[in-house]
Design a protein around this ligand. Structure first.
Ligand code: URA
Length: 210
């Protein structure tokens, strides 16, 4: 992937995202739509995976057919909202390895605090896709990528649902080598660090905690 930022403007993605933004959308529908959108985003984020060929027998003849090359992908969910993207991506890439990074945002400083880190072995040999629906300040995303790099990852992509210009700039500065795939880039962050117009707190909306 060569672009630092890819906005997936597919009509289905945009339509589903609009329903998710609507505050009257139920937890059940929000979760279902997130799963559906994550499949479509995963299609984009995996578009340039390296390929090789494998010799197979069709019922008619032998052919050298395309297959994915290299080790299985590693999907890393940035807790807790990343889990909402994880299910859909796993449907598309069921053999992927899965890791978790637990970070929460100090509501006063907006800085990320780590509380959990467990990732697959051999990260250096895998394409790592970090998952977090909301790229807001970019502080926790950049911190999560720092941790993945410390664990050996060299080939990382970041998949989100919504991004704020501030978060994109922060990621570009901290991790210019990490392409971002998102469904939309919103206007700005508000004084509490929420993306506007946004969709509110993604974790609360997908888990129904508020
Ligand atoms: N996290 C969220 O869930 N929503 C925002 O708008 C920003 C960060």
């Amino acid at each position: 992937m060569t672009e630092h930022l890819t906005v997936v403007d597919h009509p289905l993605v945009q339509h589903k995202l609009t329903i998710m933004r609507d505050k009257s959308t139920s937890t059940k529908s929000f979760r279902q739509l997130l799963r559906e959108i994550s499949l479509l985003l995963a299609y984009e984020v995996t578009r340039e995976l390296p390929m090789t060929t494998e010799r197979i027998e069709t019922p008619l003849e032998t052919m050298d057919a395309p297959v994915l090359a290299g080790k299985k992908l590693a999907l890393v969910s940035i807790l807790r909202a990343g889990n909402g993207l994880l299910d859909g991506v796993l449907e598309l890439v069921p053999a992927a390895r899965v890791g978790f990074v637990g970070l929460y945002r100090d509501e006063r400083t907006l800085q990320p605090i780590q509380y959990y880190f467990k990732v697959p072995e051999d990260l250096a040999d895998r394409l790592v896709i970090a998952l977090d629906p909301m790229l807001a300040t970019g502080n926790s995303s950049a911190a999560a990528i720092d941790l993945l790099k410390e664990a050996g990852a060299t080939n990382i992509r970041f998949m989100c649902l919504l991004a704020a210009p501030e978060g994109i700039a922060r990621m570009k500065e901290a991790h210019p080598d990490v392409p971002i795939v998102t469904a939309a880039v919103d206007t700005k962050l508000n004084e509490k660090g929420y993306i506007v117009p946004g969709l509110g707190d993604a974790g609360d909306r997908m888990f129904g905690t508020k």
